[in-house]
Structure formats: structure tokens, C-alpha cells
Design a protein around this ligand. Structure first.
Ligand SMILES: [Zn+2]
Length: 187
């Protein structure tokens, strides 16, 4: 069984390490850094937006916000973003976590993750499409697709999510054209 947050905090707070990030090619920042002190555990875990579907903006979003929809899933593009293409796949109904999905929806999700990844990768000039799920912000089940450009070694790996906010946005015209191409590939 994992340690309690109090046990974990007591063990690590005085012994935080600084990984040699400044030596990593993918690390986006320059300059001297140190870890922030680790604050003690909170009384409760941080609540997410739209918990239990109450006041959930994703449940009430109109289909117009999405570039592809089906009976049970909807896909929207974020941006224009710094990375060439960033999209989010959402369940139409409110589910919180992947393990909450009924089996038929979980199976459908697997197929959709693969199709969407392929559709985005086929835009061309894409090195990788990262398929991610964090889910600490909004509770409504959502999956990230983050496409990084090919042949720019500094943009590989998980820092791509940070680079997305550093790179200036893709020109709107290109972005709209790419959305249309991904939508067409999914039909
Ligand atoms: Zn919802």
C-alpha cells in the first residue's frame, strides 16, 4: 500500500533533489533553478471542475465547439496552439475517469484513440502525436492529442506540453485547414 500523504511528505520534504534539467536538450528554460519547497498535504484532494456533472461546462457545450462528433464522443481542436495540432476527445456523457466507463464505451474509446492519433499524424510534418490523459483540472473525461513537429529534437518528449505555450501560435489559416483535414480523415 502506498504511503499516506503525511508519511510521504515527512520523508521527502527535506530531501528534494534537483535533476540536471539544464543539461537536457528538451528542457525549455535557461538559468539557475531550484525545486520549490513541498507544501504539506491538504485536508482533502483538490476538487475538479464539474464534479459529478454539476455545473460541468463540457456537458453543456454545444456541438458547434467540436469539429467531429458521434453519438457518444466529441472531438475539439484547441488553439491555434504553439504545437502544430492539439485536440481533445471528450465523452458526450459525463464520466470522470477511464475506469468508470462501461466496457462498450471503453472498447469504443480504444478504437477512437487509434483513429484520431492516425488522422492527426497523417497531416504530415508531424514527428509524434502524444496521446495523454491527466484529468486533474476538469472532471469530465477528456484525452489530449498533442502533435509535435518532426525534426526539431528539442521538442520531443513530455516537455512538448510546455513548449506548446512557448512557441507562438500556428497561423490561423493553416490551423483551420488542418482541422478540416483531420475531420475528413475521421469520416
Ligand atoms: Zn460533464
Amino acid at each position: 500500500m502506498p504511503e499516506t500523504p503525511e508519511e510521504l511528505h515527512a520523508r521527502v520534504a527535506g530531501a528534494l533533489r534537483m535533476p540536471p534539467v539544464e543539461e537536457w536538450e528538451t528542457f525549455p528554460f535557461d538559468g539557475e533553478l531550484r525545486p520549490r519547497p513541498l507544501a504539506p498535504p491538504a485536508a482533502v484532494d483538490t476538487p475538479r471542475h464539474g464534479e459529478g456533472g454539476f455545473d460541468c461546462a463540457r456537458c453543456t457545450a454545444s456541438d458547434d465547439e467540436f469539429f467531429w462528433t458521434s453519438e457518444r464522443w466529441r472531438l475539439r481542436a484547441l488553439g491555434p496552439t504553439g504545437l502544430p495540432f492539439v485536440a481533445m476527445l471528450e465523452s458526450r456523457e459525463h464520466y470522470a475517469d477511464p475506469g468508470d466507463l462501461p466496457e462498450n464505451l471503453a472498447a469504443e474509446l480504444g478504437v477512437l484513440l487509434a483513429r484520431t492519433e492516425r488522422a492527426i499524424r497523417e497531416l504530415g510534418q508531424i514527428g509524434r502525436v502524444h496521446v495523454c490523459r491527466w484529468g486533474d483540472g476538469g472532471e469530465h473525461l477528456h484525452w489530449w492529442f498533442m502533435a509535435r513537429p518532426t525534426r526539431i529534437p528539442q521538442l520531443i518528449g513530455s516537455f512538448a506540453a510546455i513548449w506548446d505555450d512557448i512557441l507562438p501560435p500556428v497561423p490561423e489559416e493553416i490551423w483551420r485547414e488542418d482541422i478540416a483535414r483531420v475531420a475528413a480523415a475521421l469520416e
